[in-house]
Ligand binder design. Sequence first.
Ligand code: C5P
Length: 224
Amino acid sequence: LAPKLLRGKKLLITAGPTFEPIDPVRGITNHSSGKMGFAIARAAAEAGADVTLVAGPVHLATPRGVQRIDVQSAQQMYDAVLPQAPHHHAFIAAAAVADWRPAQTHEHKLKKVEGGANLAGTAPTIAMAENPDILAAVANLPRPPYCVGFAAESEKLAEYAEAKRRRKGIPLIIANLGPATFGRDDNALLLIDEHGQRELPEAGGRADKLSLARALIADLSKRL
Ligand code: C5P
């Protein structure tokens, strides 16, 4: 990869899962490892970009030269991203953001035995509220950065991904090809824009996420 393909460009990237608290000790999350988003941040920094990485709870080292902001919930990720977005050339939404959160976060741990009463057999119901769609919100800014979304579909991949691209109003969506990619070091990607599709790796098969990230950054550099 030519070292300075993205010199002078500012990239904002989200990565990892979100954690939506139920009470002080419990919450709802997902299996996103953050590896793809962190690999993209690393590849972008290698290419000379000024990179801000907004990360959900993950166990990954910050790539060299990347400015990292740690968050837990989707709302915190939204609050970190939205004010930053207008100052960036591109926004890459690689995070697996929870669509819903518990409507209420209990101040104290939910107990099975409460005030002497045994609540066994009376499982609580957790009411859910919708989270903001960070990517759609950024894409709807008056002067949005170039927006890239990800799509993890279990069927009709290209069709659902293209529908998602249009619905969110973004120029590029990246679908994860093949079986569950969560936590793995390799992946295969399908890039879909208004003109058509492109597979990475170009030769087919799978590649490690860093190689894919570098190929993606090379592709992105032509779009910015
Ligand atoms: O709608 P869906 O969750 O499948 O869309 C996936 C894409 O949208 C990903 O790029 C993800 O990072 C982004 N997203 C977001 N905020 C949400 C939900 C998804 O930025 N609340």
